[in-house]
Design a protein. Sequence first.
Length: 428
Amino acid sequence: KLSPEEQQRDYSCFEARLLDPNGRNFHRTILFEKSVYAWVVDADTSAREKNLFFSFLRSLVPGGGEAGLAKQSGGQGTVVRPHRRAVCGVRNQFEILCAALEPITITPKSTVVHFTPFVSSEIRGQAEVGVLVWAISSESKASYVKALIEQAEFKRNKVEDDEDRFLPHGPFCLELGRDMHLLDLKSTSMWKAGPMTILKIGVDTGDLARLEEDDATFTPRTRTLESERQLREQLFRRTAEIEENEEILHDTRPDLSTNLFGGAGTGKTMLLIQKVACEVGPHRRILVVTRLPRLISFIKGGVRAQCGISTGVDYYTYNDLMTNLARRCHADDKHTTFSAFNQVTYDDTTGTGASATGLSFQREFVEGHLSVIELSSMSRHDIEPLTLWTAFREIKGHVNCSITKKPLEREMFMTLPKSFGLNHTQRS
């Protein structure tokens, strides 16, 4: 514990920890361990504690001073200052600070914040300085959290990169290299320890203000290692194709549905993961529909890896979605909406419109999109709607589409084996 004299030190973070804060380019950033972010967006967390927490974060910005630290309690302004401090590490030491949100009377049940000032390595001429919030706990568990951090620091594989360049800073700042990850505090074994999921909140970019205002469209970014980013760029070709995907994400509205289509290997799945990760939030519900069951697990893992949140998103295959809708439908004689159908079949010929007893997949989703001329031509060449539907799926999944990133040419389509559907006359 800190003495009253030690508590009067200046514990502001960000550029206050730099020796020359005006000499280089940097971003002010707050890093949240995923459980801290979950505490912030949790509906069970009281509004008072959230306000105190955000005021405390603003107080760590130099210049915040008494105005940023002041809390109104009983009509008197009180200053929140760390009351515990520990030094962790051997070669590169850093401090772990603990501060109570309401410091007037600290009891074992008081809510405390565990944080550490950090400086990140420069990447493409830009660096980040700020504070890492390890955990939010009660005062009675403060020593336990400190022990978890020290244990994780002991087990951590400290990757050193010759290209790491840190801004000149004062002592006891955590140096985060471009390929240095932190371990999950709940790991029980050094052989099973996984990386900590860290979410980035930009102070200068307005992220902190949006989070404080409970903006439903805001989703924090996940901190990724530079090697992982470079590998991902190589695997998914950060070229005009990826830039085009980013433009698509920028232009889409979060309150509208999105239909992603394209040939195999064109990046539909990765674009879908990015879109869901950007829009998922505590006050939103998102439905993801895909044809392949194996993609659901992949998409779930990708969304969880990017934003650390898995709630609020429902994943279905087409078949599961239609089955679920059919089970939930109730007959209603007064309306001719979808709720009037209590059964989904491939081809329902018992009636049309309000007299239909079921929803026909062939009529509503296949024939409903074809013209009279197209249906007549299909009839002359003995092409059934389901046969045409299957042929389209097989053609779009051809390996050549994945390689060239272009639609299948007619000449190649005509030479495909019979397993792709339709005979030579029907294809022509």
